[in-house]
Design a protein around this ligand. Structure first.
Ligand code: 4NP
Length: 596
């Protein structure tokens, strides 16, 4: 394949990052959809009329995080980073009647890391983390009242009948996620760690019970919890399709105003939608959120080949696109083929792995093992900017859901607890070996962001012969120093990941900065300057050590941004250096007309 010029390569990335995304988050007053759209260069909120497609922008300046809204809301509530990416958030609201006129909520409260917001019954509740503590707050007048303090990281998902519900992770829970139900008046908090598994997506139903997903070792199911006695039972639905699907994960639950229970469940990296347990047919890929409105369903869909878009599903099952971005003409061929394989790892485990074949690479061709963050996340059949960018630049992309990933049951997730840069790294190496042995890959590189950046650093320092080079974005290099620099939420998160153990020796051993000597292959570091989750400072020390030892590396500090990529400009700062570095290693970029 011919090399491209730098400007061609960059232009492709720019076209990709500029594709508009649309997500429907709720139904507002008058039946308008609350759409969060990556549009006008950033994340913005719109009132979208699904029958005409007309859209009215609600916020003035770009948004970082949107509240969950009850049906029929006449205001929208959201948070915005006010610290140039360092994730110190302030809260705002806008009335549907006066778009653009933002009102700052609780202005006397200092900005904090907001973890979850709900706007319901005219009240705004949120969970947030400061350096010292994690808490649940209620907006009252000019200030935010601390309802309850939490040990663990509380993610608020629902509020109703005076009860706030969410998911929380405590270091002593051995890697499992529990539920909390808090009385917003008295501040009493009850926690529930379901026997043998984790909890997800709790919603306070109209009768004051909490509907949630139980994520078991290999299966997920719906349960109902009675907050008075904290007893739970399996929730029986009219339709049997959800049970017979045997999901390994449930990612979304809501109760519509008519009492219907809306569920999005997953298996093998793809989603299905159920209303009262009955399957609703939707295109293959991933689904997020879903609303019922006037006998129709609104849901967001994406896949590895399609960016997020809003679909309407009619009573007759017909699917209509309500809002979607325009795709560059070359995209379909660049993202030629998606497949799912199970790669055998060192201990016989099978690693669920997505593969995106580039139409611009031969077979075998240059391949990137792209590692997701989290680690409690997954790369399924969802839109993924990095995967699309790499495939567009002529790389096949292999995305292993290493142990620790979610989506495949608790048994697989829990295998990472206490063992970062251990078994999961072996799974990633197994996927690289598979890429070569299956005939897909000529040379194999590694890339990832956040926990994926950590895995890249681990791979290049602990397994230096398995990859030809790598890109570590927003990576973790030193658990000890990072812990000291973290706020309450991320301190708890690190302890959670290590299974509650604060073992400085283990933390040092699992830190790439302890193994700089072993680096052999070219490394590209990309790091946001104001990142408060994976701070830059330890990475600067890593670079100093690499420099002293004469290692081949390059570094791109992305100015004026933090961990979260929320604008076209920020996406360019991260993706362009990554793609150019890899293309250069493959001699796929440059001024001369080389070919391979
Ligand atoms: P993520 O970022 O991969 O984007 O979720 C992370 C941030 C912090 C930690 C891990 C991942 N940590 O362990 O502190």
């Amino acid at each position: 394949m011919a090399t491209r010029s730098y400007s061609e390569l960059v232009k492709r990335v720019e076209e990709l990052v500029s594709i508009e995304h649309y997500v429907s988050l709720g139904v507002l007053k008058g039946g308008l959809l609350l759409a969060a759209a990556f549009r006008e260069g950033a994340l913005n909120l719109y009132a979208l009329d699904p029958s005409t497609g007309s859209m009215k922008r609600l916020n003035r300046d770009p948004v970082t995080l949107t509240a969950r809204h009850e049906y029929g809301s006449d205001r929208v509530v959201f948070a915005r980073d006010v610290a140039r990416g360092a994730e110190m958030h302030a809260l705002y609201s806008v009335s549907l009647d006066s778009p653009g006129e933002e009102e700052r909520l609780a202005p006397s409260m200092k900005p904090a890391r907001v973890l979850g917001i709900v706007y319901s019954g005219g009240e705004v509740l949120f969970t947030a983390s400061t350096r010292e503590e994690n808490g649940l707050y209620a907006v009252e007048g000019d200030s935010a009242r601390l309802v309850a303090r939490f040990k663990g990281v509380p993610l608020l998902t629902s509020y109703g009948r005076g009860l706030a519900a969410g998911v929380t992770m405590k270091p002593e829970w051995g890697g499992r996620f529990g539920l909390f139900v808090a009385d917003a008046g008295s501040g009493e908090v009850k926690e529930h760690l379901p026997e043998g598994g984790s909890a997800c997506c709790p919603v306070v139903a109209g009768d004051g019970t909490v509907i949630y997903a139980f994520i078991g070792p290999r299966r997920a199911e719906l349960r109902r919890l009675d907050p008075s006695g904290m007893k739970d039972e399996k929730l029986r639905l009219e339709g049997r399709d959800l049970d017979s699907f045997e999901p390994t994960d449930i990612t979304f639950i809501d109760v519509a105003p008519d009492g219907s229970i809306i569920v999005i469940a997953r298996k093998a990296g793809r989603s299905r939608l159920f209303i009262d347990g009955r399957l609703v047919r939707a295109p293959e890929g991933s689904l997020y959120y879903a609303q019922l409105r006037g006998g129709r369903i609104y849901v967001t869909h994406s896949s590895l080949r399609k960016p997020p878009r809003i679909l309407e599903i009619g009573g007759d099952g017909g699917v209509r696109v309500v809002a979607e971005g325009r795709l560059p003409g070359w995209l379909g061929e660049a993202l030629r083929e998606v497949s799912f394989v199970e790669v055998e790892s060192f201990d016989g485990s099978r690693v669920p792995t997505y593969v995106l074949k580039s139409g611009e690479a031969g077979e075998p061709g240059p391949t990137v093992v792209l590692v997701h963050g989290g680690p409690f996340a997954e790369y399924g059949d969802d839109w993924n900017l990095l995967a699309a960018s790499l495939a567009s630049a002529g790389f096949h992309v292999v995305m292993p859901n290493y142990r620790g990933s979610v989506g495949y049951g608790e048994e697989w997730k829990l295998k990472i607890i206490g063992d970062p840069c251990g078994g999961e790294l072996e799974d990633i190496v197994a996927s690289a070996r598979w890429a070569r042995s299956s005939g897909l890959a000529s040379r194999v590189y590694i890339a990832g962001y956040s926990y994926g950046g950590y895995m890249t650093m681990c791979a290049l320092t602990r397994k230096p012969r398995e990859f030809e080079g790598g890109v570590a974005g927003a990576s973790v290099v030193d658990w000890v120093e990072m812990y000291e620099l973290s706020d309450a939420a991320f301190k708890q998160f690190i302890e959670f990941l290590f299974g509650g153990k604060r073992d400085a020796e283990l933390w040092r051993e699992r830190s790439p900065i302890s193994h700089v000597d072993s680096l052999e292959k070219p490394l590209c570091i990309v790091h946001p300057q104001n990142d408060s989750r994976t701070p830059l400072k330890p990475v600067l020390r890593f670079m100093e050590k690499a420099l002293e030892r004469g290692k081949a590396f390059e570094a791109h500090i992305a100015p004026d941004m933090g961990h979260v990529v929320n604008t076209v400009e920020d996406a360019m700062k991260i993706v362009v250096p990554a793609v150019v570095f890899l293309a250069r290693l493959e001699k796929r970029v440059g001024g001369s007309a080389q070919s391979d």
